[in-house]
Write a protein of this length. Sequence first.
Length: 441
Amino acid sequence: MKIQFFKTSVLVASLALLSIGCSSDDNAAPDSNPPGGGNEVNKQFQLAYASGSGSQSATYLQGVASLNEGEVSFANSGYQMPSSRTSRIFVSEDGKYVYNLNYTVGDLRKYEHLGGQDYKEIGNIDSSPVIGTSRGRFTKVNEKLGSIHHAEAKPQYEGADGSGAYLGHKITASIALIDLEQWSFLPGAKKEINVQLDAELTRKGYFINRIDAPVLVNNKLYYGTRIALFDASTGKTKPVDQTFTLVVDRNDLSKAEVITTEHVIGSTNGYRTPAAYANEQNEVLQLVNGNDKTYIARIANGQYNKTNTFDLGQALGGKKVSSNGWFYVGNGIGYVPYEKMDETEIEMGVDKDGKPTTTHAWGLARIDLNNNTAIDLEVPANLWLTQYQTAAVRDGKFYIALAPVSGKGNIYIYDITSTSSKGVKGAIITSGVDQYYIGVY
């Protein structure tokens, strides 16, 4: 999937310009399911914050009693999560436990949230020897189950030295499932799962080189995929015209198949925002992102439903859009952060050579899959939500942190039953140079 960090180049982190204060003491004092959580009176919201929008960034977390008013800042506050890249963070529904992947290192850590910026590490496991790479991606599948996963593809030729006719790509997946309560790997992890496409697709040069965002339905794990099409005559890839999902048996990870469709085109693995959910009918609702088009497709009984697909751009009045993921809140309603591909680009920063970098601004849409409608919500200008991870639903309200990089914004609160384009502005959120909010839990 095309991940549009910036049009001209990746924005370089500016950590030297403004550092975020955080506790140096690890114990400083104080979903593939729809985002939610219990309604405990004393349950805090938790906010995640990143410093550095380039490949290197630091990640911080803190609990807040209320997001309806006041001001939230990470200046001289926040618990720093270990991160060589921006941490992938998931939180249990009751808010008690935090799960964090240190991407490119491979260690998975479990914390207990004791309130405010007080987090206690209670588990640390290394996924690298289990799946054979430090670059696995992590998803909390449900309250008891997690998945660490990876996929790669290598071209095969007639000759052992790479000469001769192209035979297709060999696709290998690695998957390990995690008991979130015990914080240990479940038996049956597989370093090398042979993923086979239809012979004709393989011959044409299709392959999968990334999997993510699994959903569990009827003991089957549905992993979104990033697909590519190899042109053997040029040695380069070309645009795809299909969509794939990897389906794996929960009880035997070696049993893997790929389901395909041509009625929507794009990748399904998402990025850091959740990309797929199981709805009330046990269908998989899956974001598909293609070239200037974003869809919500349905998978039922192991196959794509080609008669019931939501087109975000069309529902917004014929716009060109791109998205990395979405938030399903139940009963066919969801919220989709999206990039405005047909609008003028905005300057976001500078690259390593001091040259300006640009991106399209982002918006937020409330979608109704039952009626195939979308409402463009009123949000701040100049948003960049490429790395945004999580929003929260509590007591019928949808909470999301919206502010420009290096700027000031608010927690926006939407009544999930309302069709108004206006939300309620809650707490003010502030950030420093090249810093931004990435989640509400």
